[in-house]
Design a protein around this ligand. Sequence first.
Ligand SMILES: [Zn+2]
Length: 176
Amino acid sequence: MRFNQNRKSYSSFDLGERNVKVVVLSRDYMPLMYCDIRRAIALVYSNKAEIVTESGSFLRSISSRFPIPQVIRLLGKLVKHIVPKVTYTRKNVHIRDNYTCQYCGSRERLTLDHVMPVSRGGKSTWENVVTACYPCNARKGSKTPEEAAMPLPITPRKPSILMQIDWHQFFNQAEA
Ligand SMILES: [Zn+2]
């Protein structure tokens, strides 16, 4: 854990009062999720994560102060589990698409996009629905990818196998 002794500005911080989210990156710096500060600090102190960016705030004890992270990076390899039932659900579509907008690659503000729009008879199926960010979803509107000049890199299909990241390897042990 990096410790910046020379930082001039800091503020006191009460963990119970502020609901600040910390960005969690994978070992290869892909954004995965948000977590709260308690979890983030627990991960750092159990050597399961390192601080990438500090928030500028500090957690203070009687004898020392510790930087509160804004972004942390998990140090372990992500363990993935097979989702037993490959049923069509919003969550499973996101898992199939690795929580990534299929049009622009964004991992933020995700929703589902009907490739053939619902207004034109498009169905909610594995083959017609992809993960998209809200801006891409709005930009595409009621067009097909061809009409909108937003080609899909992969033809959506029902996956034969679905893998989900196992968070327990980080969070249960870190909180214990
Ligand atoms: Zn997008």
